[in-house]
Write a new protein. Structure first.
Length: 107
């Protein structure tokens, strides 16, 4: 019977009147406000962390893309590759036969 009486007090709201919690409504509302602020800050942090992770993945992808394009450009700028491209475009340019000479100006 005591268990049933205790349940009736909780479900009926009598426990609020008997415990004096209604006297501390300002404090309870303040705690409730702090909980709401904590939850909203937590959601904001989660959102910013998701954005940071997305940006980090994008940065990794862009770095890999830059590296591959840089390697391809270095390969294409080799002398042999430039000569192959010139011959495929029917160019009349030829590679120099003699090495460059050093010009000395002065006494």
């Amino acid at each position: 019977m005591a268990k049933k009486n205790w349940m009736n007090e909780i479900l009926g709201g009598q426990i609020l009147l008997n415990s004096g919690i209604l006297q501390h409504t300002r404090y309870v509302l303040y705690i409730f406000f702090l909980v709401i602020v904590y939850i909203s800050i937590n959601f904001g942090m989660e959102r910013s962390l998701l954005i940071e992770r997305k940006n980090h993945r994008e940065l990794k992808h862009l770095k890999a893309d830059y590296t591959s394009k840089s390697a391809k450009l270095q390969y294409q700028s080799k002398r042999e590759e430039v000569e192959k491209r010139l011959t495929s475009l029917n160019s009349t340019l030829k590679a120099p036969v003699n090495p460059p000479e050093r010009v000395i100006i002065g006494d």
